[in-house]
Write a protein that binds this ligand. Structure first.
Ligand SMILES: [Zn+2]
Length: 418
């Protein structure tokens, strides 16, 4: 084993310490700018793209599942931006203790804290709408409904249409290399689940399975895996032109890269989708508050239409708007900057998990697939880059907080909206 020395010592822990320190060095000196983050998105848009799926990191899957809301937000020039993809804390974060009316955690019959999904204002909005449906039609088939019931059904359908606008959508995320842009290193290809089985996953899986069967090899293996050709085409729907995948093919067995050093660097990179698809926020605003504003139609945005007057707009919140636009060095230092002793995270999990067994946790299975001990034991993604320069460097505002992939115009290249 490469982690064993000649005297049989296991160096894997020490190795991970060195890589952790290296990671922290680069994090503190070189926070990811918006461009750096976008370079981590693989969004097929050329007629032909070549992508290589990387072998999954320990404990992870080849194809991960995560949840994002796809909603309308406010945008520069007073416009509305449709299809903004926003991280859902309820489906992606570790569960949190359920609190009683006294503010104390509720315990189950075994004395373990009851856990519930982390609060998400957009999921809450979805539930509010669903609750407005008339339940009297439950179990009645449409063909057996009388005229009165059909009227109720039509109303229920309208409510449902509104409700699903706020629902968290399931996405798949694949970690790999864009062979047309190798300098960007490891990237993430995120695509939406398609209930009609006409999505990217439905095109990808048969190809990957066929490769496995015919080659008797893992498609993601660094030596015996395969690059994938992705052929894109224009597809029209509802008057909009979308880029859609017309075909995916396996190119055949090949090493990940001809240069073993490049290959090793890619394999060693431990960036995860959580480092890239960050929760959205705005200056002096937590991701939770940001979601609340999205739910209320007052999401803040970076107004950059006038090159000489770029600034933040907080609809209906002049106080926050002023604060956001008068930031000065260090005054708005974020809690993300607050460093703590290195043994704290491991010793003090955010959620007490000692008494919890899988059967006590319940059956909210719709979670991101990489939720595990690791995420439970440390705070969820707080690595969002921190706003720290003064506002005259206009780029900082949007570099650091507005990290939606859709801001680069890639909404045109999203999956077809059905
Ligand atoms: Zn949500």
């Amino acid at each position: 084993m490469e982690n064993q020395t000649q005297t049989g010592q296991d160096l894997s822990q020490l190795k991970s310490m060195f890589s952790d320190y290296q990671k922290k060095q680069t994090q503190s000196t070189n926070r990811k700018s918006r461009e750096d983050l976008l370079a981590k998105y693989f969004v097929p848009r050329k007629t032909k793209e070549i992508f290589r799926i990387l072998p999954p990191k320990a404990g992870k899957k080849h194809i991960e599942e995560a949840f994002f809301h796809v909603v309308t937000t406010n945008a520069a020039g007073g416009k509305k931006k449709h299809g903004t993809v926003i991280y859902c804390p309820a489906h992606n974060d570790p569960k949190v203790p359920k609190l009683g009316p006294d503010g104390k955690p509720l315990l189950d019959s075994n004395g373990a804290p009851m856990l519930v999904p982390a609060p998400c204002p957009l999921c809450a909005r979805n539930k509010e709408w669903l609750a407005k449906q008339d339940p009297s039609l439950k179990g009645i088939k449409k063909e057996n409904m009388n005229d009165m019931q059909l009227v109720v059904k039509a109303k229920n359908d309208e409510i449902y249409k509104e409700a699903i606008k706020w629902d968290a959508k399931k996405f798949y995320i694949v970690r790999g290399i864009d062979k047309g842009m190798e300098k960007d290193g490891v990237k993430f290809w995120r695509f939406k689940h398609n209930y009609k089985n006409q999505g990217t996953l439905d095109k990808l899986l048969p190809i990957l399975e066929d490769y496995m069967t015919s080659q008797q090899a893992d498609f993601s293996d660094a030596m015996t895996g395969t690059d994938l050709n992705i052929i894109m085409t224009d597809s029209e729907f509802n008057g909009h032109v979308y880029k859609a995948i017309s075909a995916i093919t396996a190119k055949g067995k090949s090493p990940l890269h001809a240069d073993p050093q490049v290959m090793q660097a890619w394999l060693d990179d431990d960036i995860s989708w959580r480092d890239v698809f960050l929760p959205k926020k705005a200056p002096n605003t937590t991701p939770y508050e940001f979601l609340e504003m999205v739910a209320g139609g007052t999401s803040p945005y970076w107004e950059d239409t006038d090159q000489t007057n770029k600034h933040w707009v907080f609809p209906g919140r002049p106080d926050l708007e002023e604060k956001a636009n008068t930031r000065t060095m260090n005054l708005d230092s974020d809690e993300d900057n607050f460093e703590q002793a290195s043994d704290l995270n491991e010793e003090l999990p955010r959620v007490t998990i000692s008494n919890i067994t899988p059967d006590k946790v319940g059956t909210f299975t719709d979670d991101a697939t990489d939720l595990g001990k690791e995420t439970l034991a440390s705070a969820p993604v707080t690595s969002a880059p921190v706003v720290e320069s003064s506002v005259d460097d206009n780029s900082d505002a949007d570099d650091n907080v507005d990290n939606s992939d859709m801001d680069d115009g890639s909404s045109d290249y999203d999956d077809l909206p059905f």
